[in-house]
Design a protein around this ligand. Structure first.
Ligand SMILES: Nc1ncnc2c1ncn2[C@@H]1O[C@H](COP(=O)(O)OP(=O)(O)O)[C@@H](O)[C@H]1O
Ligand SMILES: [Mg+2]
Length: 240
């Protein structure tokens, strides 16, 4: 569904991504794990079209994507960020936040779509005209997920979607994401440094170190500790 081939990304002095290749199948949930600074977000941002300055190829459903993404791309692929407070405009209501993508893509049935997506993320309609500061962290992340879903995409790119939340709320959002994937047949590419998150949500994981994928595993192998690379072992030990 979405794949990279020999992806390289450089910032002035830093070669942040060094030849990353992987392919996520339709309906699959694929995890990218690694320590902070290993290049996970940089890969995801390039996939999302937020960083056009890469070499190598990125394909969607087998078709190579131009670095400057066509508008239609965003109807198929959406991203959810770590910090829902930072990613939601503080002076826009939930309603406005959800209407905007529809207006950009000239989709007319705004009211029906907003009610549908609020229902999907289990936010009662009374939240529709509230501002971000009137919501809890978990509710804000539900809004961010709703915004990603409102164009009815096929792929969600998720960058540490629960790391900014209280531990008590993390499981709630993870369960919601798992349910949504099943109900909507979504493909997930999930970036995290958090192993329980990977175990909960992913079928396969790629372990990144210093801009490269060092090991690719099925999640049950990961969960059961059947791993070979020292970085993977270190991530498991850090989580134990
Ligand atoms: N906009 C940027 N400018 C310069 N360096 C960057 C930028 N974004 C990321 N980097 C560097 O690229 C490397 C990978 O960062 P990142 O992808 O954010 O890692 P991760 O998400 O795994 O924590 C780090 O060394 C980081 O400092
Ligand atoms: Mg990151």
């Amino acid at each position: 569904m979405i794949a990279t081939d020999n992806l390289h990304i450089r910032f002035k002095a830093v070669h942040a991504v060094k030849g990353v290749t992987f392919a996520v199948g339709k309906g699959e949930s694929f995890g990218l794990v690694g320590e902070s600074g290993s290049g996970k977000s940089t890969v995801l941002r390039a996939l999302a079209g937020l960083n056009r300055d890469y070499t190598g190829s990125i394909t969607l459903d087998g078709a190579p994507l131009p670095p400057d993404r066509p508008k239609g791309f965003f109807r198929r692929v959406q991203m959810v960020f770590q910090d829902p407070y930072g990613s939601l405009h503080p002076r826009h209501t939930v309603d406005r936040c959800l209407s905007e993508p529809l207006a950009i893509h000239a989709i007319a049935d705004t009211d029906r779509r907003i009610r549908k997506v609020l229902d999907e993320v289990a936010l009662p309609e009374r939240f529709r005209f509230r501002f971000p500061h009137q919501l809890s962290g978990g509710q804000r992340q539900r809004v961010a997920i709703a915004r990603a879903l409102i164009l009815e995409p096929e792929v969600l790119l998720l960058d540490e979607p629960t790391s900014a939340l209280d531990v008590s709320v993390q499981a709630e959002i993870l369960n919601l994401l798992a349910d949504l994937r099943g109900a909507l047949g979504l493909t997930f590419l999930l970036v995290t440094h958090n192993l329980p998150v990977v175990a909960h949500l992913c079928d396969r994981v790629a372990v990144m170190e210093d801009g490269q994928i060092v090991e690719l595993l099925a999640t049950d192998a990961f969960r059961e500790g059947r791993v070979s690379h020292p970085r993977t072992k270190a991530l498991l030990e850090a989580a134990a």
